[in-house]
Design a protein around this ligand. Structure first.
Ligand code: NAP
Length: 365
């Protein structure tokens, strides 16, 4: 039996709703008038209250990218016009420690989701628009800089390899079954909602704690690598734009500017008044990857020309926003002994720093 569907209101399903991008995208689509369904895994996922707080109109459905029948069930309930497949093991470091799980979720999970759509639509895949969250980590050991849609892939981690599989299987369903399916090859994007395991957030949190006298030293891995870091709020807008086009195509989404880890450290420490960050930072080989990626910088010319997409938040503004949010977190929780998680942090709303509000408040989408 199928639920009666209001044909006027667009319906979107987001996997990975509890993650950084899921929260921004859910807010964005709800504000656009979508009926938003979010897929959550686990019997009592601790991040559910946060999702419901940020997106009060959200409808949560239980499902797991490792379980095809659960995905079919989610599609039957949600009956989405648009699917955003954001669910993944997304941390490169973890993918080296749990490569099989990463392959199963980040790679095979995409195939299962596409198969679920094929079964749900009884072969008419063209009627549902599908977005796959591809990644710049697919480029890995780059053959050209900046990287664009045509740059050859050479992934350097189980995560990157899983993403390449997801990328190609999305293309394959487009060619084989006429699926309206596209991939966004997104370069790193960050925010105050970024998980603590990711480098930018690890740095901004440590800087806040050092400034408040709660931590002495920050240990990082390879300081020479360079990445193209943008603001997550800008990047979810690009995902939506891709699904509003006449034809499904793949797009690189990036700022076009690379920054080294040293540069990140300099900006973050400077924001709390520390000019020389070197006494506070140690390079620890335990954080080095078995195979690393030296530089990733994207060329988003196609997205600019065809989607009209441009990033609105620069690197310095992004890092300062994150440091401010972490300072706020740390002060709020001083003395409570509470360990913050992304999910429980109220300061994850990017309200911007208090120092120069006019300059630094990031846009809300
Ligand atoms: P994130 O914060 O790590 O979120 C990952 C999401 O995947 C979480 O909601 C997680 O749910 C979910 N998930 C994990 N295993 C799952 C499973 N078995 N079934 C269903 N859901 C599962 O990642 P993000 O930064 O929002 O990124 C969103 C997507 O974009 C990911 O696919 C990521 O690889 C990709 N991407 C991100 C970036 C970036 O810089 N952020 C760049 C390029 C591509 P739980 O809460 O249950 O763990």
């Amino acid at each position: 039996m199928t639920e009666e569907v209001d044909q006027q209101v667009p319906r979107a399903l987001i996997t990975g709703i509890t993650g950084q991008d899921g929260l921004y995208l859910g807010e964005f689509l709800a504000a656009k008038g979508y009926e938003v369904f979010g897929m959550v895994r686990g019997q009592s996922n601790p991040k559910i209250p946060t999702v419901e707080e940020y997106i009060p109109s959200i409808q949560l459905l239980e499902g797991d990218l490792r379980d095809l029948s659960s995905l079919i069930g989610v599609l039957e309930t949600a009956q989405p016009d648009e699917i955003y497949n954001l669910g993944a093991i997304s941390f490169v470091g973890l993918s080296f420690k749990q490569p099989e799980l990463t392959g199963d979720i980040t790679g095979m999970g995409v195939l299962r989701m596409l198969e679920a759509v094929r079964i749900h639509t009884q072969g008419s895949m063209n009627g549902v628009r599908f977005y796959q969250a591809s990644s710049s980590e697919m480029f890995g050991q780059t053959t050209e800089t900046p990287q664009r849609e045509t740059t050859q892939f050479h992934p350097r981690s189980p995560y990157g390899v899983g993403k390449v599989f997801g990328h190609y299987v999305t293309q394959n369903y487009r060619e084989s079954y006429d699926a309206w399916a596209c991939s966004g090859i997104l370069f790193n994007h960050e925010s105050p909602r970024r998980g603590f395991e990711f480098l930018t957030r690890k740095v901004t949190r440590a800087v806040a704690r050092i400034a408040l006298g709660r931590q002495k030293v920050l240990a990082v891995g390879n300081m020479e690598v360079s990445r193209d870091w943008g603001f997550a709020g800008d990047y979810v807008r690009a995902m939506w734009l891709m699904l509003q086009q006449d034809e499904p195509e793949d797009y690189v989404i990036a700022t076009g500017t690379g920054h080294s880890v040293r540069n990140l450290l300099q900006i973050a420490f400077k924001h709390v008044g520390i000019d020389d960050w070197r006494p506070y930072v140690v390079q620890d080989e335990r954080f080095f990857r078995p195979a690393d990626v030296a530089i990733l910088v994207g060329d988003a010319t196609k997205a600019r020309d065809k989607l009209g997409w441009r990033p609105t938040v620069g690197f310095r503004q992004l890092i300062e926003m994150m440091v401010e949010a972490d300072l706020e977190n740390e002060k709020r929780n001083a003395g409570t002994g509470r360990e913050l998680t992304t999910a429980s942090s109220r300061a994850c709303r990017p309200t911007g720093p208090g120092k120069d509000v006019n300059r630094d408040v990031p846009p809300r989408y």
